[in-house]
Design a protein around this ligand. Structure first.
Ligand SMILES: N[C@@H](Cc1ccccc1)C(=O)O
Length: 492
């Protein structure tokens, strides 16, 4: 029916070619292209596409229209103050810092002023500037095809200076074919048409008379943006899928943690710099947390002289361990606290069995916010406990894991963590970015495992998950993960 309506528009207006704007006076705009495509399939019309470049003024460009180019603003200032020259160092009173260099360059290039001994000397204060003239023209007539070679060069410059953006726009015209012209010579009768068959249509027999329109799934329709998961949630689920498919089980642990679980059990000495204010958020309330007394004694002794139940396991850190420090509360700084809590929760029987667990969750560090740091971010942590697992296995598993996440090139280098030995860091290669550090890993030290009574080796790794999400989403700024820019969310 819409097809016939469209042809009728041609018939009634006696035109052979019309653009979408014209047609939209007669037919709902969103139907035009769909209908035209159908008609072009029947060779009744041709769709003529014209790509047009359009100049759009940026915010900076609009400012120039209002106040003139930075170089003009200098001239205006001089005029107002009855001057013809000004020391370069005074420009900061007239222009923004980032405008000064461009203004100087352009004054010289355009021959408006010369620079002598740190002074700008104007030839004339009432000059014409092609860039300004053209910018004003572009606002009225943004189609680049209207401009000649010389003007295009200036336009190119305006773009470089950030005053305009060039957008590609497709303009479509619909033109009757010979067959179409023949067709509209006859009266066009618009018959009732069924696009959705209802129960009543079937019972009442309407389906017998009416034209039932076949579906054409190839016809383009307006884009719709259905509700969807936030990209970060989506990636968390994706990574969980990968880990579950590799045989891992998910674990959780509290966000408010004691220093005991966040540091002590992990053999981080109590005077370790990472515990200090710039890294850890210490909590006022609750002031203290519960700590298992038995384990506390063992951990204390490992820290102080490296013994456990009188047996020497290590050199220890040789300092006075403070049990009150262990009870202090912090926002957990890494998910390794979850891994170690899990190991400590195992019964004697469970300790005999192999374990593979992971945790993806938020961690907190007292860091200044910038493009790669937020005080709150995600980590993804995993451990494997089994007889005979080795450092080589760890490398193999991490490689497999990173490959499954879509990183093809992976490399490892030695690293240091207080709780693992040996330790490594993994980097992934990204086209255009080079090698980026993504995770830390290693084998838990005996000083960590012995107090827990764990005899099997344990492999552990922790990924900067927010970083991983950024890489997967092609973001350069970690803040963009949480900005919830709707245009971006629609696209990703
Ligand atoms: N917890 C470490 C990462 C890590 C986890 C497990 C083993 C080794 C290193 C960090 O936050 O940087």
């Amino acid at each position: 029916m819409d097809e016939k309506r469209l042809l009728k528009v041609f018939q009634e207006t006696r035109k052979e070619i019309m653009d979408v704007d014209e047609l939209s006076k007669h037919i709902e705009k969103e139907k035009i292209m769909r209908t035209a495509l159908w008609l072009s399939g029947k060779e009744l019309v041709d769709i003529i596409e014209n790509k047009e470049s359009i100049a759009i003024l940026t915010e900076e460009g609009k400012k120039v229209l209002e106040k003139g180019l930075p170089e003009r603003r200098i001239a205006k200032y001089l005029k107002e103050n009855d001057l013809t020259s000004i020391p370069i160092k005074d420009l900061k009173n007239i222009l923004d810092k980032d405008e000064i260099n461009a203004a100087l360059g352009n004054l010289k290039k355009k021959g408006i002023a010369k620079i002598e001994k740190g002074n700008i000397i104007f030839e004339s204060l009432d000059y014409e500037d092609e860039e300004e003239i053209l910018l004003a023209k572009l606002k009225e007539n943004p189609h680049l095809s209207l401009y000649n070679e010389k003007e295009r060069k200036i336009i190119e410059n305006l773009k470089k200076r950030g005053f305009i953006k060039i957008d590609e726009k497709v303009e479509r015209k619909i033109k009757l074919t010979e067959k179409g012209k023949e067709y509209i010579k006859n009266p066009i009768e618009i018959k009732e048409e069924i696009t959705q068959l209802t129960r009543e249509d079937i019972i009442g027999g309407r389906w017998r008379e009416a034209y039932i329109r076949p579906y054409d799934v190839k016809i383009p329709v307006e884009e719709v943006y259905p509700a969807k998961m936030h990209p970060l949630t989506r990636i968390i689920r994706e990574v969980k899928e990968v880990l579950i498919s590799m045989g891992f089980k998910e674990i959780k642990s509290p966000i408010v943690e004691t220093e005991f679980w966040n540091f002590d059990v992990l053999f981080e000495p109590q005077d370790h710099p990472a515990r200090e204010m710039q890294d850890t958020f210490f909590l006022k309330y609750p002031t203290e947390g519960d700590v298992p007394e038995d384990l506390l004694k063992k951990v204390k002794s490992i820290h102080e002289d490296g013994t456990i139940d009188g047996v020497k396991v290590s050199e220890g850190w040789k300092y006075k361990f403070d049990e009150n420090v262990s009870r202090r509360t912090v926002l957990r700084t890494h998910t390794t606290a979850s891994s170690i809590r899990y190991l400590a929760s195992l019964s004697e029987e469970e300790k005999e069995k192999p374990h593979k667990v992971f945790c993806i969750d938020r961690v907190f560090r007292n860091e200044a916010i910038d493009y790669k740091h937020l005080p709150e971010f995600y980590q993804c942590e995993g451990i494997i406990m089994d007889d005979n697992v080795t450092f080589d296995n760890l490398v193999g598993i991490l490689k497999e894991f990173l490959n499954r996440l879509g990183f093809e090139k992976v490399r490892f280098r030695p690293a240091y963590f207080p709780f693992t030995e040996p330790s490594l860091e993994a980097e992934v290669y990204l086209e255009g970015k080079g090698w980026l550090e993504l995770l830390g890993a290693g084998m838990f030290r005996p000083e960590v495992l012995e107090p827990l009574g764990i005899k099997k080796p344990v492999l552990a790794w922790g990924i900067g998950f927010s970083r991983l999400a950024m890489l997967k989403l092609g973001l350069n700024d970690i803040r963009d993960l949480h900005k919830n820019d709707l245009d971006w969310l629609k696209r990703v």
